[in-house]
Design a protein around this ligand. Structure first.
Ligand SMILES: *Cc1c(COP(=O)(O)O)cnc(C)c1O
Length: 402
């Protein structure tokens, strides 16, 4: 049975810890990780949690305890992962557009590095030659993903070394005798279609023969999770069978370990964002509900046109009223237009589902509002894992010179 927190549990947490509040359900993360492990049971496969989705140190520790590795997108994420207790061999730094200084730092920390530019590859070769194995992040020129803003593998994307530059890459690898041990692609986020991964694998297969010391193929993340009612997630069983089949049929690839970097798939559904209704405003155009939050706390609807299911957990009557759900900041911060909810009263709690990935992580102090608190539910017990900001936090790094 799928792991879920009930309306009464969420209401109790809102009352205990206040709102707005992010709640994460540990057992749901475990369930999602189990799906991945089980689907790929027949093939040597390693999962690196793409931690930019949610980096609370307790989440990192919990995911480590499940046995997953971790994928980082900044040197600070690398340091957080090491702080959480991951050993360097379980930490992958998939860089993009970073200074060579950060690559040196990552090398000194002993973590696995994916390089995403010819320029940094050349500097790496000059500095380290064959002494430190490295991965290459390639851009496969495949358009995929839920929104152009989250598509990373297409022909106009900044990410990765364009596949058409492969001869430049191989020349540098040869010149400095660089040990390339993995090839990486990541095409985007919200990808349901197994065929997209197949296309990526085929692109990689074409270039495997150029690299004699390969051990790993890293297929990135981007698995889809259901945001809307009736949505489905990426079919992991289908993907796993396809990967097995493709790799088995390719002699040069069959011995390579496969890596994935799931972010959203592991932590999206574990997260609930609980808000409270401040004001209801009837206008000729819409009936607005303003909650005690805004895109300062959950930016996905305004940034990516993302859909989050919303429920009034204070009223279990049928969802037969239509509202526009908005925030309280001085910007248009619409969470949902014309959404059906059960009748809402001021003071009710509204919960946003699937708020674990890129929720708190993309929050800000815009309008000088506090970032929300975070709670982890584990074994039926709530743990406060981040305090709500306080007024001192707003002034913390400011220097009053006047
Ligand atoms: C963001 C990112 C991921 C994870 O994407 P999800 O859609 O959250 O699964 C994986 N790999 C890289 C390199 C990323 O930047």
């Amino acid at each position: 049975m799928s792991q879920k927190l009930s309306s009464s549990q969420l209401t109790a947490l809102a009352q205990q810890f206040g709102t707005p509040l992010y709640v994460y359900h540990a057992e749901k993360i475990k369930e999602q990780y189990g799906k991945l492990k089980n689907a790929f049971r027949n093939r040597d496969t390693v999962f690196f949690y793409a931690c930019k989705a949610l980096t609370n140190i307790n989440i990192l520790k919990y995911i480590k305890s499940l046995g997953a590795n971790v994928d980082c997108s900044s040197i600070n994420e690398v340091k957080l992962a090491l702080h959480a207790g991951f050993t360097p061999d379980r930490v992958l730094y998939t860089s993009n557009g970073i200074s060579f200084g950060e690559i040196q730092e990552a090398k000194e920390l002993g973590v696995i590095i994916n390089i995403d530019s010819v320029s940094n590859l050349e500097k790496f070769g000059k500095a380290y030659g064959h002494s430190y194995p490295v991965g290459l992040r390639l851009r496969p020129n495949i358009m995929a993903g839920g929104n152009i803003k989250i598509s990373t593998g297409h022909a106009k994307s900044k990410f990765g070394i364009p596949i058409e530059h492969i001869s430049e890459v191989t020349a540098i690898v040869e010149q400095y005798n660089i040990c390339v041990h993995d090839l990486h692609i990541h095409t985007g986020s919200d990808i349901k279609d197994v065929a997209v991964f197949v296309k990526g694998i085929e692109v990689l297969f074409d270039i495997i023969p150029h690299f004699k010391e390969l051990k790993f193929i890293d297929l990135g993340g981007g698995f889809k999770v259901p945001y809307q009612e009736g949505d489905s997630e990426t079919d992991m069983e289908a993907l796993a069978r396809k990967v097995e089949e493709l790799f088995a049929a390719h002699p040069e690839a069959s011995k390579l370990q496969v890596w994935f970097e799931p972010g959203k798939f592991l932590v999206s559904e574990c997260g609930y964002f609980v808000t409270q209704v401040n004001v209801i405003k009837q206008t000729p155009a819409a009936k607005f509900i303003s909650v005690d939050s805004g895109f300062n706390h959950l930016i996905r609807p305004m940034f990516y046109d993302a859909y989050h299911r919303i429920e009034n957990i204070s009223n279990d009557a049928p969802e037969d009223q239509t509202y526009s759900v908005v925030g309280n900041i001085c910007e248009t911060d619409t969470f949902a237009w014309d959404r059906k909810l059960s009748e809402v009263k001021e003071g009710d709690y509204l919960v946003f589902y699937n708020a674990g990935a890129y929720g708190f992580e993309m929050s800000s102090n815009f309008n000088s509002r506090y970032k929300p608190a975070e709670v982890l539910m584990k074994d039926g017990e709530p743990h406060l894992i981040r305090k709500r900001d306080t007024f001192e936090d707003l002034l913390k790094n400011q220097i009053e010179v006047l």
